[in-house]
Design a binder for this molecule. Sequence first.
Ligand code: RP5
Length: 159
Amino acid sequence: MSQVHVSIIMGSQSDWPTMEGALTPLDALGVNYETKVVSAHRTPDRLYQYCQQAHERGIKVIIAGAGGSAHLAGMVAAMTHLPVIAVPVSSRDLKGMDSLMSMVQMPKGVAVACQGIGNAFNAGLMASQILALGDPALTQRLIDWRQSQTDSVAEEVVR
Ligand code: RP5
């Protein structure tokens, strides 16, 4: 098994239907990943251990998705120097606006790259782009994937 460079964490198993969207670009681009439940409020010790060990385990990019406990991404960013991509998960009462505001409004000094509500796909894509900076083969796969996306857009409107 090749080294895993992308770690996808989420606050709850209930976030999985949203977070599995990150796997589509990662799989298409041949990027290895792991998936874990790490809750900021239910498993704080696990969160601490995860952050302490992520770098030494070889993780290079972290994708953190959460709904009601959306400080997860900020907490991870506070406890590791690794880039953290946040995915606001739609919450029951506020439809993810609370998660988005929490994740996108990080005070300066600790950065989180926040995606749109529920947009785990783009989180996977961004993680791939970060890794591609140091991986020429992945860069080429990314360029090819982008070209194929461009080629799939017909110019003529189907009426
Ligand atoms: C957050 O609370 C999770 O990220 C999830 O989005 C939300 C609800 O979690 P469950 O009550 O479904 O476990 O921590």
